[in-house]
Design a protein around this ligand. Structure first.
Ligand SMILES: Cc1cc2nc3c(=O)[nH]c(=O)nc-3n(C[C@H](O)[C@H](O)[C@H](O)COP(=O)(O)OP(=O)(O)OC[C@H]3O[C@@H](n4cnc5c(N)ncnc54)[C@H](O)[C@@H]3O)c2cc1C
Length: 303
C-alpha cells in the first residue's frame, strides 16, 4: 500500500466525518471507463458536507473538480492530483412544488427526474429521459436532445459558490446557450433546479419517452462506453454527418474509435487510454476541417 500524501493526511484530519477515498480510479466513475486515479475523491452526503469540503479547500488553498455522473468527462491517464468531489447519489431528492413546478436535486439522474415528472403528469422533460447524466451536470452544460434543452424548462437554479454560500439564479441569470451555462465561468455548483412544466396525461408523456428511447437504441452505440456526442454541433452542419462525409466512421486511434453505428460518438473499444481518445478527437477535427473547412470542437469535457 502507498504512503498517504500530505494532502490526503491533511484533508482526512480536517474532514474526519466525510467519506474520502484515496487513489480512486476515475475509470470507475466515468461512462468512457477511462482515467487514472484521483488523489482524493470525496463523497459528501448532503449540502452541509459539501459546504464543509469547499470551506476546507479554501482554507488549505487546494483545488478541486466537481464530478456528476461522469457521462461527459474524459479524465487523464495520469490521474488527478488533488480533490475530486463526486456529487452523484449525494444531492438526492425530488419534490412537486405546485401544480406545474418540480424541484430536482443536483445528484438525481436526468432519467429519474424525467420519470418523476411523467408520473406526476407533467410534460417538458421528455427529452432528458435518455440522457444518462445528473441534473447538476445537465444544468451546468444545458443538456439537450430531440429539440428540447434544459434552458426551455428550467425556471431557477439553487447554487453553492466556491466559499460554500447558497444563492438562487433565475433562468436569465444562468446565461444558458448551446451546451453552456454561466456556471462554467463562476464555478458555482448546482444544488437543485426548479422546472416549470405543463400538465399532460402521464400515458402521453411515457409514450413519447419510450419513442425517444427507442430512437436512441436504434441509432446510438449504447453497448460501448462513450460520453455521448463527441463534438458540439457546428454552425452550418451536423458533426456526425461531417465525420461520415470525411470517411471517418470506424476511424481508430489505439482503443478509441469513431462508432460505426453513429459517427457522432467516440467509443472506447475496451482498452482506450485518455491519450488515444484525445488523439482521436484531434485527428478527426483536423480531417473534417481539411475536408469541409468546418472546425469541430469537442463536447466532451477534457480534464
Ligand atoms: C450514451 C450517452 C448519451 C448521451 N446523450 C446526451 C444527449 O442526448 N444530450 C446531451 O446534452 N448530453 C448527452 N450525453 C452527455 C451527458 O450525459 C450530459 O452532458 C450530461 O449533462 C452530463 O452530466 P453528468 O452528471 O454526467 O456530468 P459530468 O460528466 O460528471 O460532468 C460534466 C461537467 O459538468 C460539471 N458538473 C457536474 N455536476 C455538476 C454540479 N452539480 N454543479 C456544477 N457542475 C457540475 C462537471 O464539473 C463537468 O465540467 C450523453 C452521454 C452518454 C454517455
Amino acid at each position: 500500500m502507498r504512503d498517504m500524501t500530505d494532502f490526503q493526511r491533511k484533508l482526512s484530519s480536517f474532514l474526519p466525518e466525510i467519506e474520502l477515498r484515496f487513489e480512486e480510479p476515475m475509470a470507475k466513475h466515468t461512462s468512457l471507463r477511462i482515467g487514472g486515479a484521483a488523489e482524493i475523491m470525496a463523497f459528501p452526503k448532503n449540502r452541509e458536507e459539501l459546504a464543509k469540503i469547499l470551506k476546507t479547500s479554501v482554507l488549505l488553498d487546494s483545488k478541486y473538480v466537481i464530478l456528476g455522473a461522469g457521462t461527459n468527462v474524459l479524465a487523464p491517464d495520469q490521474g488527478i492530483p488533488g480533490l475530486v468531489i463526486c456529487l452523484k447519489d449525494c444531492l438526492d431528492g425530488m419534490e412537486q412544488l405546485d401544480a406545474t413546478h418540480i424541484r430536482l436535486m443536483g445528484g438525481v439522474t436526468m432519467s429519474r427526474g424525467a420519470g418523476f415528472a411523467a408520473n406526476l403528469g407533467l410534460s417538458g422533460l421528455e427529452f432528458a429521459h435518455g440522457i444518462p447524466g445528473s441534473v447538476g451536470g445537465g444544468v451546468y452544460m444545458n443538456a439537450g436532445a430531440y429539440g428540447g434543452e434544459i434552458k426551455d424548462v428550467c425556471e431557477s437554479v439553487e447554487v453553492m459558490d466556491p466559499q460554500g454560500n447558497i444563492r438562487r439564479l433565475s433562468n436569465a441569470e444562468m446565461g444558458f446557450s448551446y451546451r453552456h451555462s454561466i456556471l462554467e465561468e463562476t464555478g458555482d455548483i448546482v444544488i437543485s433546479a426548479d422546472f416549470r412544466l405543463t400538465e399532460t396525461p402521464s400515458e402521453e408523456i411515457w409514450a413519447r419517452m419510450k419513442e425517444l428511447i427507442a430512437k436512441r437504441s436504434a441509432s446510438q452505440p449504447l453497448d460501448l462506453p462513450s460520453a455521448g456526442s463527441a463534438f458540439k454541433r457546428p454552425a452550418g452542419g451536423y458533426a456526425a454527418a461531417l465525420i461520415e462525409q470525411a470517411g471517418l466512421k470506424g476511424f481508430q486511434v489505439g482503443g478509441a474509435a469513431i462508432s460505426t453505428k453513429h459517427a457522432g460518438f467516440a467509443v472506447n473499444l475496451g482498452d482506450a487510454t485518455a491519450e488515444d481518445m484525445r488523439q482521436l478527437l484531434r485527428q478527426v477535427s483536423d480531417k473534417v476541417y481539411a475536408a469541409s473547412g468546418i472546425r469541430l470542437e469537442p463536447e466532451i469535457r477534457i480534464w
